[in-house]
Ligand binder design. Structure first.
Ligand code: FAD
Length: 230
């Protein structure tokens, strides 16, 4: 067993109770869910009530990172040490059962609890480079780097992945025994987020599509061919 397979004991707020067998507490599952995500939702409370705000995220080691304008209410509340719950959800399919009651969805989701900490000025640029690398590997060497004014206007925060739960559902419907012979279509309608063809802004002479754009286009074509064949 590797460290990534090891279970982190759940806390009172991460122990999955409902459908407890779907709850997972190993790092490998959590990392895979976070690494497949482009965005997370951050729940927090302030004087106006409870909020749940979507934002881009990425992982470095045992931390989930977010960034944004210094003026963001969410970032200011998080920076001040508010308790938060960060969630990530990947919807993998609709599960159509033979009874209305047993319909479900296939998914991979995670809930991360704790407080954010500010990423120091020394590490901020490197953290933002890691985000760019996550979006488009190699683009950091092509786009104009952030200048000191832009860096100063940006807050980067991170939260430990230490207190987290993953919940995963896979497979077909769990029908009641007495419904199994019903003449009704049952099964899974799978779904996935997929690339579409790149749309270049103001084509410039001498600029060829970098590898990550060609790869995106390739994946988009492959998905389209699979769809047509499928
Ligand atoms: C795409 C999708 C669709 C869903 N549809 C429904 C639906 O229609 N009806 C329904 O009742 N439930 C649905 N669920 C499951 C739902 O997310 C909850 O797990 C479930 O409702 C139980 O909630 P609870 O607060 O009673 O869980 P509890 O088991 O009491 O939660 C205890 C702790 O377990 C963790 N936990 C619970 N759920 C999740 C999760 N999904 N991901 C990560 N950690 C979790 C949290 O840390 C939570 O504090 C869906 C989930 C997904 C991802």
């Amino acid at each position: 067993m590797t460290a990534a397979d090891a279970n982190t004991p759940p806390s009172s707020r991460t122990r999955v109770r409902r459908e407890a067998h779907r709850g997972l507490y190993d790092k490998a599952t959590l990392h895979a869910i976070v690494d497949a995500a482009w965005l997370c939702h951050i729940a927090f409370a302030d004087d106006h009530g409870v909020h749940c705000i979507p934002t881009a995220c990425w992982r470095e080691g045992e931390y989930l990172y977010i960034h944004g304008s210094n003026g963001s209410r969410m970032l200011k509340v998080a920076e001040a040490g508010a308790q938060v719950c960060v969630t990530i959800t990947h919807l993998d399919g609709l599960v159509l059962a033979r009874s209305a009651f047993n319909h479900s969805m296939n998914y991979r989701s995670a809930a991360i609890y704790g407080t954010f900490e500010v990423v120091s000025a020394e590490h901020k640029a490197a953290a933002l480079d890691a985000f760019m690398e996550r979006l488009a590997p190699g683009r950091g060497g092509e786009a104009r780097p952030g200048n000191s004014k832009e860096l100063a206007a940006t807050t980067v925060l991170r939260i430990s992945l230490a207190e987290a739960a993953s919940k995963v559902r896979t497979g077909g419907p769990n029908d009641d025994e007495e419904d199994l012979d019903r003449a009704v279509w049952a099964g899974v309608l799978p779904m996935a987020l997929r690339p579409l063809p790149p749309e270049q802004d103001r084509p410039a002479t001498g600029v060829v599509a970098p590898d990550y754009v060609s790869e995106w286009a390739h994946q988009a074509r492959r998905c389209h061919v699979d769809e047509v064949a499928g």
